[in-house]
Write a new protein. Structure first.
Length: 114
């Protein structure tokens, strides 16, 4: 399973890259979707809810439409309850508030990787 961070904030990627050096980083979902290796069917993705263009919640639907199996952890600065509920209903496996507590994010990824 591949780990990928989609966030315009490099700090999110750096939180992940220390524990998962092979993790990939994209500043926006459109770039990820255009460059994704479709032969890799399983992903753990950390994505910001508020990205320019396709946001993290919408990304979940895009991944499903492409037939990619992705466990998506959404991150968000100043989240509200409606956003968190919408994210989980769309299929996010976790929802973490920024600034990110690194141990919380790494623990979530490790659980998903089994």
């Amino acid at each position: 399973m591949n780990v990928c961070v989609i966030d315009d904030d490099r700090a999110t990627y750096e939180s992940v890259a220390d524990a998962f050096p092979a993790a990939q980083w994209f500043r926006d979902a459109e770039t990820f979707l255009s460059k994704v290796d479709h032969s890799i069917k399983e992903w753990v993705i950390v994505a910001d809810v508020h990205l320019s263009g396709i946001g993290g919640i919408e990304l979940i639907g895009q991944l499903q439409a492409l037939g990619l199996t992705a466990s998506v952890i959404l991150v968000c600065r100043n989240p509200d309850v409606l956003t968190a509920v919408s994210a989980l209903r769309q299929g996010a496996v976790d929802f973490i508030e920024k600034p990110i507590l690194r141990t919380l994010l790494i623990g979530s990824i490790r659980r998903l990787l089994g």
